[in-house]
Design a protein around this ligand. Sequence first.
Ligand SMILES: Cc1cc2nc3c(=O)[nH]c(=O)nc-3n(C[C@H](O)[C@H](O)[C@H](O)COP(=O)(O)O)c2cc1C
Length: 244
Amino acid sequence: MDVLWAIKNRRSCRSYLQKPVEFDKITAIIEAGHYAPSAGNLQDWNFIIVTEADIRKAISEHCMEQYWMAQAPAMIVVCSNEERTEQRYGLRGKRLYSIQSCAAAMENMLLAAEALGLGTCWVGAFDEEFVTQSLNIPETARPQAIVTLGYKGEEPEPKDLTSLQSLVYFNAYGNRLKKPHLVLKDFSVEWEQQAKKAAPVFKEGLAKIKAGVQQLKEQVKEQQRPDEKEKQEEGTGQGKEEDI
Ligand SMILES: Cc1cc2nc3c(=O)[nH]c(=O)nc-3n(C[C@H](O)[C@H](O)[C@H](O)COP(=O)(O)O)c2cc1C
């Protein structure tokens, strides 16, 4: 499946069918996470698969009471291994790289799940202490995020996105191009601008065409007149002798 298709179709899913997810699919999703980039290729992450109903329920309660989460037949808790990252990269490793590596793994998993026809939601709002304690996460690790996983119980709406042009700068922060939409391949803006520019020309052209058509109509009428006269003459019997 095209990765761009998965990227554009993925939406957060907060309603799931009561149908277990096949374990080979869960494995494939975690493997996709494991293929993500990580600082220094440290692969400084762990994945905890939670399928036990009671634990899922307790976790959902400690995720600011997001009870819909418990519906998902599986959850994956992604933990960073901060100690290893700090050993290699110091505080920047601990505070930034380990988070970024896990985020990359998270996104890979969401996309893999989408490609496998499964729904997911990235959950970041959780009681870290509760999750750490209830899942026996050691001090050297930190739960970064939870993915809910299951067959979709809803078809999400298409995503409402901020225009890319308003977000992209060129070569320096704040630098915009005159026509960024052309570079960003948003041709709709260009169509609109060109159509506005062309409108008066179109109007003028249309008026000329209308005048031309009118002129032609009159010429045709003019040429038809003698025939019509003849027809009228035939109708009154005049010119009959000449035909014979
Ligand atoms: C860091 C992070 C934390 C999030 N935490 C939650 C959460 O606690 N609960 C939730 O329902 N969605 C959560 N989301 C999902 C976002 O609400 C969602 O991605 C966003 O609204 C865009 O919608 P989409 O995922 O359908 O494209 C989180 C997403 C990210 C990246």
